[in-house]
Write a protein that binds this ligand. Structure first.
Ligand SMILES: CC(C)(COP(=O)(O)OP(=O)(O)OC[C@H]1O[C@@H](n2cnc3c(N)ncnc32)[C@H](O)[C@@H]1OP(=O)(O)O)[C@@H](O)C(=O)NCCC(=O)NCCS
Length: 232
């Protein structure tokens, strides 16, 4: 997906193996802690959902390193076994307004990431998702799309855009079954999707069905923290 992943034409911006930011980094002052919650997905997997943080660098690298080559290819459209240091920083350091990511974690390990990147100055944003191989088809991708859409609406975003490979029926299914009015066009094996994320009767009905199959356990508002400088 172009804005969050390097395209085949974009050179890898930095060396892998650079020391990663510590797990002890403070939480950014504008961290939207109200979006933290525990959810049992449609596939009965209990996950902790939360916005990404700068101290996720090591967890993100570990997650990426455990993706199968096929999943990594579907996400990045190219063989991409190792995230560069620049990608790790870009993916973990977001402003929670124009660049936003949610992670799903189990026992301090990331198992999925969904993100949006606004086209600056517009109400459009590109979305991208990746779920750990052994947890795909457990409803986590759909859950991330629902949660991202809610967060995006609160930030004035009205439209999601995505590019996905034509062979990626799972990703296409998540979008096409979302209840949003998805339009798509295909060129050279890449499907470009565009859809309004504004709530409609159809989107509310589809969401209600998905929500019957999942369970929100609790919210975890974060305690107030000192507003220290952080890494990004
Ligand atoms: C594509 C991807 C993000 C989707 O996430 P996911 O968690 O597997 O998606 P979901 O489980 O929500 O939905 C996938 C399918 O499983 C089905 N499903 C969900 N829960 C289910 C359950 N409990 N039992 C059976 N099927 C289920 C959904 O109905 C959906 O089917 P559909 O495609 O017919 O709608 C994930 O598969 C992935 O990371 N793939 C590799 C990377 C990738 O392709 N990224 C996208 C880049 S464009």
């Amino acid at each position: 997906m172009p804005s969050t992943a390097p395209s085949a034409a974009e050179p890898d911006p930095g060396p892998a193996g650079t020391p990663l930011p510590s797990r002890e980094l403070p939480v950014p002052p504008n961290y939207p802690s109200g979006l933290e919650r525990d959810v049992v997905s449609a596939g009965s997997t209990r996950i902790h959902l939360r916005p990404i943080r700068p101290d996720d660098a090591e967890r993100l690298v570990e997650f990426h390193n455990h993706l199968s080559p096929h999943s990594s290819y579907l996400r990045f459209f190219t063989f991409h076994p190792v995230l560069s240091a620049a990608e790790v920083e870009r993916f973990t350091c977001v402003d929670y307004e124009n660049r936003f990511a949610l992670v799903a974690e189990i026992d301090d390990h990331l198992v999925a990431v969904g993100r949006f990147d606004r086209h600056l100055g517009t109400s459009d944003a590109e979305v991208a998702f990746v779920v750990a191989d052994d947890l795909q088809h457990h409803g986590i991708g759909s859950l991330l799309l629902d949660e991202l859409a809610g967060a995006a609406r609160e930030r004035g975003i009205t439209t999601f855009l995505a590019d996905t490979l034509e062979e990626n029926h799972t990703m296409l299914g998540v979008f096409l079954h979302s209840g949003f009015p998805v339009t798509k066009s295909t060129e050279y094996g890449t499907v470009t999707l565009r859809f309004s994320i504004e709530e409609t009767d159809a989107s509310r009905a589809a969401l209600a069905l998905r929500e019957q199959a999942r369970q929100v356990i609790s919210n975890y508002p974060m305690p107030e923290r000192a507003q220290e400088p952080h890494a990004c």
